[in-house]
Design a binder for this molecule. Structure first.
Ligand code: SF4
Length: 436
């Protein structure tokens, strides 16, 4: 990130921080926070049982589902579902693609198994850290599928093309100012967009709606999954997830840590996330999906496929989470509000190079150890953290990221994996009694 981008990001963060600071002391918010901490703890402590409950509930609700051990499996399942839905003839086609495990190297996705240009398969996608984690968009694009980001910030980054890593989980383009965004949109859509937020929004909206009208597949994450009810809860302000969930097939990818007991629990999480992410007490939309679209308005006879999705397919993703539950369970309490990075001194100084893919800041560094490996946690900034603990103070579920980072550092030390300069300090202390 360049200095201008960092400055814009810090200004956006300041706006959110100032907007929410008074709300956070509201006794109702404090009560909600206590409740959500208990919900998140229960979710992780009882994860195995919740998975079993969810299987039964999904069956009852006519929701299809699959488990994915890792990113590659999740991507393959998405692709299989799309192939089957788009072309029934391919139903018996056995997957014969061989995808490179390194999902950061998108060129490796090109393995010859793809839709041709004439297929014009369009997927309407909404913002999701989990989809970012598995590089779903890049993978589908490498298969000849047109993926349209429906979230305004994500669409701006998509049009930007290069260096388009998000800077905040709910405000992905927080680092771009209006001048830069108008240039990106003008260039990306080949139109002349005035340099003001409203004009930019209208131009992007028109373009996205036009493209989404050709889509049959919706692709999203979810904020929480209510296992006893078999329902998925989505939080948004733009109304775009409503669009995505109206596609013929709605594919949803969720990490196993998103499982909670009831819809009420899921909504409590959604409310607290909104408060910490935006400073508003409520979001414009909370969608709940508990199965495909249906009606019984004619003689109470059940008919499927009214306005909404004909098929709802949920992919439940492990990708290192089970291992993380064993050693840093608390790290999975995260509700995705991004509050930790807003006040993190390192993130404010260097931006999204501190973190891993869509998982930004210190918590992202910690998660990278489990999603990838220890080496990745070092390259994501394991030794950049100051251990100041501000992220815990500002975290709605009080995750002790600095303690987690210290513990991972201790592990790297045992494996002699640490930055060269730290090694010199260590040797100097040993040999001279001083780091210098
Ligand atoms: S402890 Fe590390 S990750 Fe947390 S706010 Fe401080 S520098 Fe950032």
């Amino acid at each position: 990130m360049n200095e201008n981008e960092l400055e814009s990001m810090r200004n956006s963060f300041k706006t959110v921080y100032n907007k929410r600071k008074n709300i956070l002391n509201d006794p109702q918010v404090k009560n909600l926070q206590e409740k959500v901490i208990d919900i998140r703890k229960d979710s992780i402590d009882n994860n195995e049982k919740l998975i079993e409950t969810l299987k039964e509930s999904f069956k009852k609700n006519d929701i299809d589902y699959a488990f994915a051990d890792n990113a590659e499996e999740a991507r393959n399942i998405i692709y299989d579902v799309i192939k089957i839905e788009i072309n029934e003839d391919l139903k018996d086609d056995k997957s014969n693609y061989n995808i490179n495990n390194d999902f950061n190297n998108y060129d490796d996705f090109n393995d010859g198994d793809s839709f041709n240009d004439e297929s014009s398969i369009v997927v309407a996608k909404s913002k999701s850290n989990t989809l970012g984690e598995i590089a779903a968009s890049k993978f589908l694009q490498s298969k000849g599928i047109d993926v349209i980001e429906t979230d305004l910030g994500d669409r701006i980054l998509q049009l930007k093309g290069k260096d388009n890593k998000p800077t905040h989980p709910t405000g992905p383009a927080s680092h771009l100012n209006v001048e830069e965004i108008s240039k990106i949109v003008s260039k990306g859509l080949d139109v002349d967009v005035a340099c003001d937020p409203k004009s930019i929004m209208e131009v992007v909206k028109k373009d996205v709606l036009n493209k989404v009208s050709e889509a049959d597949i919706g692709l999203s994450g979810a904020n929480a999954v209510a296992c006893e009810d078999g329902s998925l809860v989505f939080v948004h302000n733009e109304g775009n997830i409503s669009l995505v969930s109206l596609m013929k097939t709605h594919i949803i990818v969720v990490g196993i840590e998103k499982l909670v007991r009831t819809i009420e629990d899921a909504i409590s999480i959604a409310k607290l996330e909104t408060i910490y992410a935006t400073g508003s007490k409520v979001t414009s939309y909370i969608n709940i999906v508990s199965g495909p679209s249906k009606t019984a308005d004619i003689e109470k006879k059940l008919l499927k496929n009214m306005y909404g999705a004909e098929k709802v397919f949920v992919i439940i993703l492990d990708n290192g989470r089970l291992e993380a539950i064993e050693s840093i369970a608390e790290c999975l309490y995260c509700i995705g509000c991004g509050s930790c990075i807003v006040t993190c001194p390192v993130y404010n100084a260097i931006g999204n190079e501190f973190g891993f893919n869509n998982y930004l800041g210190g918590r992202g560094v910690a998660m990278s150890k489990f999603i990838q490996d220890t080496e990745t946690s070092i390259s994501s900034g394991l030794y950049k953290c100051t251990l100041c603990g501000l992220c815990k103070i500002n975290c709605p579920v009080t995750i002790s990221t600095s303690d987690i980072i210290e513990n991972i550092r201790a592990e790297t030390l045992k494996k002699s994996l640490y930055p060269e300069k730290h090694g010199k300090f260590k040797d100097n202390i040993k040999n001279k009694g001083s780091p210098y």
